[in-house]
Design a protein around this ligand. Structure first.
Ligand code: AMP
Length: 296
């Protein structure tokens, strides 16, 4: 496995792939790799001749008072896991390599960046997520890039950016990996105590309850959100940031669920902010045809 720290070397690697007609799959990450990242890497390895991942904790997407300094970092462990998963090259640039020259340009996907996490984290968050992903796409030049449904809003925004700016990269959305309790895997979970980790499962339980009620015929978003709120409020140590039911294309709230929806939530457990979501159709469609345990 190659470890690449400069943009020039990364471009050279990518050029060589293209020259020999190899397909290049790309998984952008912020490191502290866990089984969720590995599931994206494995998908890329299955679909492509060559898989590149990036590990870059993007300082700009952390808004003031957010957890940039506390964000977990484990370069040695990450490299081991990446190699074991079959990664061909890791792009591991320093902050200066990416932002050394003052960056006057940013990419902003309007409207979609202004709901859900865009409200709690500030619209600057997705501006800098899109900007870094756009920079990474231009540096790595993959054919396909893999994103997790856990960060559904991020994946939908990036999909829209790619369409709007005609970026020649296919964006693939991959299922959320969970632990046995249902908790969505996240690099931030390492900052939870065992008790907090248990408390954090209430978000997934709440999402499942909304899905169950929806399938039984409860289509009023207000009622579904009340059901979720009740579950989370019962859990000591968990605090709701937001719970919303939105249309996946626009991320605008729906009052009445009669089509595919994204049921999304964010909670705080101690100092840690956690997000999760389910994509659900009230009656039919690819998601509801799968047995419940395969819909994660
Ligand atoms: P991050 O390192 O948190 O920026 O995540 C890098 C990529 O991994 C993003 O596309 C995330 O959506 C994805 N990811 C993170 N957690 C999970 C998970 N539990 N299941 C699937 N994908 C995930």
């Amino acid at each position: 496995m190659e470890i690449i720290r400069s943009i020039a070397e990364m471009r050279e690697f990518s050029r060589n792939c293209t020259k020999y007609g190899r397909s290049l799959g790309f998984v952008p990450t912020m490191g502290a790799l866990h089984a969720g990242h590995i599931s994206l890497i494995e998908r890329s390895c299955r679909d492509n001749d060559v898989t590149v991942i990036s590990i870059f904790v993007n300082p700009r997407q952390f808004m003031q008072s957010e957890d940039f300094d506390q964000y977990p970092r484990d370069e040695a462990g990450d490299l081991e896991k990446a190699e074991a998963a079959g990664v061909d090259a890791v792009f591991l640039p320093e902050v200066d390599e990416i932002y050394g020259r003052e960056c006057l340009t940013s990419v902003y996907v309007a409207s979609l960046s202004e709901t859900l996490c865009g409200i709690s984290r500030g619209t600057g968050h997705f501006r800098w997520v899109c900007t870094i992903v756009c920079k990474l796409f231009n540096i790595v030049q993959p054919g396909t890039a893999y994103f997790g449904q856990k960060d559904a809003q991020q994946a939908l925004i990036i999909g829209r950016m790619v369409e709007d700016l005609n970026i020649p990269v296919e964006v693939m959305l991959c299922p959320t990996a969970r632990d046995t309790s249902g908790l969505a895997l996240s690099s931030r979970n390492v900052r939870l105590t065992p008790k907090q980790r248990e408390a954090a499962t209430c978000l997934y339980q709440a999402l499942c309850e909304a899905r169950r009620a929806l399938r039984k015929g409860e289509k009023a978003s207000m009622i579904l959100i009340e059901l979720m709120t009740e579950i989370i409020e019962k859990q000591p140590g968990a605090e709701i940031d937001y719970l919303q039911i939105v249309a996946p294309g626009t991320l605008q709230e729906v009052e009445w669920v009669d089509d595919l929806v994204l049921i999304a939530g964010a909670i705080r457990v101690g100092e840690v902010r956690l997000i999760d979501n389910l994509i659900v159709h009230p009656e039919h469609g690819p998601w509801s045809e799968l047995p419940e345990e395969e819909q994660h």
